[in-house]
Ligand binder design. Sequence first.
Ligand code: DGT
Ligand code: CA
Ligand code: CA
Ligand code: ZN
Length: 578
Amino acid sequence: MNKELANAFGRIADLLEICGGDAFRSNSYRRVSRILKDLTDDIVSLNQAGTLAGIPGIGKSTAAKIVEYLDTGSIKALEELKSKLPPELPELLRIPGLGPKKIALFYRELNVGGFEDLEDAIESGALAALSGMGKKSAEKIKGGIAFLKSSVGRTPYGLALPIAEQLAEYLGKFEGVERIEIAGSLRRGCETIGDIDLLCACDDGEALIGYFLEHPSKRRVLASGSTKGSMTVEVRDNKEMQVDLRVVPKASFGAALQYFTGSLDHNVHLRGMAQKNGYKLNEWGLYQGEEQIAGSDEAEVYKQLGLKFIPPEVREDRGEFDSDVAFDELIVADNIRGDLHTHTTASDGSNSIAEMALAAKALGYEYIAISDHSRSSFIANGLSVERMWEHIEAIRKADNEIDGIKIFVACECDILTDATMDYPDDVLAACDLVVASIHAAMTLKKPSPTERTLAAIANPYVTIIGHPTGRLIHRRPAMDMDIAKIIEAALKHHTALEVNSSWQRMDLKDNHVRMAVEAGVSIAINTDAHSVDDLKRLHFGVKTARRGFVRKRDVINTLGLSQLTRWIQNSRADVSPT
Ligand code: DGT
Ligand code: CA
Ligand code: CA
Ligand code: ZN
């Protein structure tokens, strides 16, 4: 029910934007939507207990709308807005580069009510002919539609993982199951997942597969046998994804895990190596003649082939067989000692400074940086200079009052369209560290995203470049940037590049992180948390970092407090003359 309500409030915000309502109102609905999405308590029980109004950020009128939805299944305000517009119109907001104003324009002038109408209007040239549009803008929207379509069918890692974990837990309850692993692209930590692959060791495959295909979230059965079962489950918004289960004997479990983890290219390369050395490798085992010399244990397959263990995340046939990186030094979640990019209620987060700090402490962290949005991030309730000074005081105060964790004063400062920083130097200097990010005008040509980022990197106060390419998986492509140049500058100015762990972002992405660390650039793996729950999602970023061959020593937030403080000081002091 929480999700339904979050969707309803999000939809109100969408519709208000398209109808041209004031931004303040739609933003407040957007915020409620986020609070509901992040809420861990069940909203129905909260309502029964009469404690709806006790949820931080939920006011009286919002609470009334929630009750209305719980009682009647709809919200009048939403229904009224809906009745004004064609049902598919708000879906157009998912097209990257298309905002509510344009959508309203197309509707008003061309009666565009959905995707088909929009594509027709592009093809006929009617869209380009609109005042303020032109051929180029029409082409861009066409590209946006293509981008949206190309991402259909794959599920972001962060959505697929909990489904797979739940299914694995369910399978574990079946008697006779000896081993269970998640395999495939999910085990490799890919940013999007085609289908979920599960692997079990069990003697009675037929019974286990029957049990698997009876899972309550099953939608459609695609295959059913004694070694393989396949079905679809709901992901969200009525979208389905496929899950494959393979059942193998225990003696082959390791070889099967290796095989079904992939990637395909890695497997083909490995099999070629085995053959060259006179072995045979398949999903049943590694064989020398008739004799199985590895099979039950995955690591043994690599060992018998004379290789060091290759972690799943780097099995992409991108040089992992010849790499001299010590894979056992790759970053693991336990190495992380703090989070350097988090938001609070001061901007668009849902928890207070103290709540975030205590949650970070509970995770075993030594430090957390509170980095709320700067003044130009209007949509995210960015802090004016005056509010920021107060916020700095509030963070210092919380740091004094809360024991057992260091709370850094920070900000996520916008890199403006003229390549300057959104706060004056005295504000930045008062922060312990600064995350600099681009949030607006991502397609601006002059100064380009690269130029804006280079300017931020060269600013002595900037510690970390946040979500450097700005992409949102399935929603917005990366900014058109010269990553090599950015890496070179980051190295020169001792600025860290972020791996943003939000599964919508995963930014930098794996191959860019790898370029960065191979050049010697430091990485910060952060959550960009907007709630205490988000803090727990750092492991997504760790996966991406591992895919980029990132070792513990490449990551600044694996440093202890005093070492990190020294690193930041060095980053501020060590500005080479340009
Ligand atoms: P996905 O599902 O598109 O995100 O990507 P994967 O890697 O999970 O691919 P999937 O589900 O088709 O197959 C799982 C793994 O099984 C794949 O990574 C490697 C292995 N595999 C599948 N088909 C073949 C094959 O024809 N040859 C070899 N060597 N391995 C295969
Ligand atoms: Ca798969
Ligand atoms: Ca599969
Ligand atoms: Zn940001």
